[in-house]
Ligand binder design. Structure first.
Ligand SMILES: Cc1cc2nc3c(=O)[nH]c(=O)nc-3n(C[C@H](O)[C@H](O)[C@H](O)COP(=O)(O)O)c2cc1C
Length: 317
């Protein structure tokens, strides 16, 4: 069984599978389902206010007594208050997205919070390890949402090889093959986002889930690079508008204005043309909406089968 990994011990979970904190979608329903199934669920606080986060922590605790995490985006307008709340509420595990949380690490460590920042470079991973990160989530540019520039395949072995703390691989992973590949690259586990959107428990709009099921390997595109906040989404009318504006040399203000409010329009209200449909390149592999428990069990079973079968590559004699 693949349960003797350092990350399982560190987080007190059964399986090395983390549900990535996703703005709007990382709610108590999904988070508790993942944690109850033996993985680590993550509340995605995105740019939601502190009261929303307080309520989600409460509801998650009503649904599970297993460990779960909170994800905080560095660009959240409620960053300071949400961090305070995580400490007050004694949520033991925090992940950070969208930047460098270095200045907060010492305080969080002192408060006994385990911190796992999302990184897209070796330099940032090393800096955050020095500052006390308990693990890092190395996220490649295949992933849904905000992205860096390096692929998971290239990033994970370089991050894992340069750190003493565990690395978790994210970006482009949706099945047992992805988990085994991540372990082979030196990771201790995986974080998945897009795969968990197509779960029964995720509150995403059914039309958004359907778009993921219909996607192929080339269905996503990265927009927003000129603003310094590149984002991977399913291609639609909105991304065409973005690309056209970017080509025309639009200002950051114009681009930011076009993006305002579009994530909830797409993923919650189901406006699949005008809204933003953040999803990763692995969308093309996802063909079925399943209960969270089945997703996790299937990933684990497939990974174990592959590891057993790989014995055949060993040289004989
Ligand atoms: C709809 C959506 C919203 C996301 N929101 C966040 C977020 O708020 N904070 C964060 O750190 N990562 C966010 N992510 C990234 C995921 O947590 C995860 O790392 C990523 O989806 C992994 O790649 P995959 O989609 O290929 O599985 C988001 C991803 C998606 C698809």
């Amino acid at each position: 069984m693949l349960n003797n990994l350092a990350i399982c011990e560190l987080l007190h979970i059964d399986y090395p599978i983390i549900q990535g904190g996703m703005a709007w979608l990382g709610t108590a329903e999904l988070v508790s389902a993942v944690s109850n199934a033996g993985g680590l669920g993550t509340i995605g606080s995105g740019d939601a206010p502190t009261e929303w986060l307080r309520e989600q922590i409460k509801q998650t605790r009503e649904r599970t007594d297993r460990p779960f995490a909170v994800n905080i985006m560095m660009m959240s307008p409620f960053l300071a208050d949400n961090l305070k709340l995580v400490v007050e509420e004694k949520v033991g595990i925090l992940t950070f997205g969208g930047g460098n949380p270095g200045v907060y690490l010492a305080g969080l460590k002192e408060a006994g919070v385990k911190v796992m920042p999302v990184v897209s470079s070796v330099a940032l991973a090393r800096r955050l390890e020095r500052l006390g990160a308990d693990a890092v989530i190395a996220e490649g540019m295949e992933s849904g949402g905000h992205v860096g520039e390096t692929t998971t395949m290239a990033l994970v072995p370089q991050v894992a090889g340069n750190l003493k703390v565990p690395a978790i691989a994210a970006g482009g992973i949706a099945d047992g093959r992805g988990l085994v590949a991540a372990l082979a690259l030196g990771a201790q586990g995986v974080q998945m986002g897009t795969r968990f959107i197509c779960s029964e428990e995720c509150i995403a709009h059914p039309r958004f889930k359907e778009q993921i099921l219909q996607a192929n390997d080339r269905a996503t595109i990265v927009t927003g690079a000129p603003t310094g906040h590149p984002v991977r989404c399913l291609e639609n009318k909105l991304t065409y508008k973005f690309t056209a504006l970017e080509k025309a040399g639009a200002s950051n203000e114009e681009l930011e204005e076009l993006g305002r409010g579009k994530l909830s329009l797409g993923i919650m209200q189901g406006n699949i043309e005008e809204g933003s449909l953040m999803a990763g390149q692995i969308a093309g592999l996802i063909k079925e909406i399943k209960p969270v428990r089945a997703i996790i069990q299937d990933v684990m079973a497939e990974a174990e089968q592959i590891i057993d079968a790989m014995g055949k590559y060993k040289a004989k004699g």
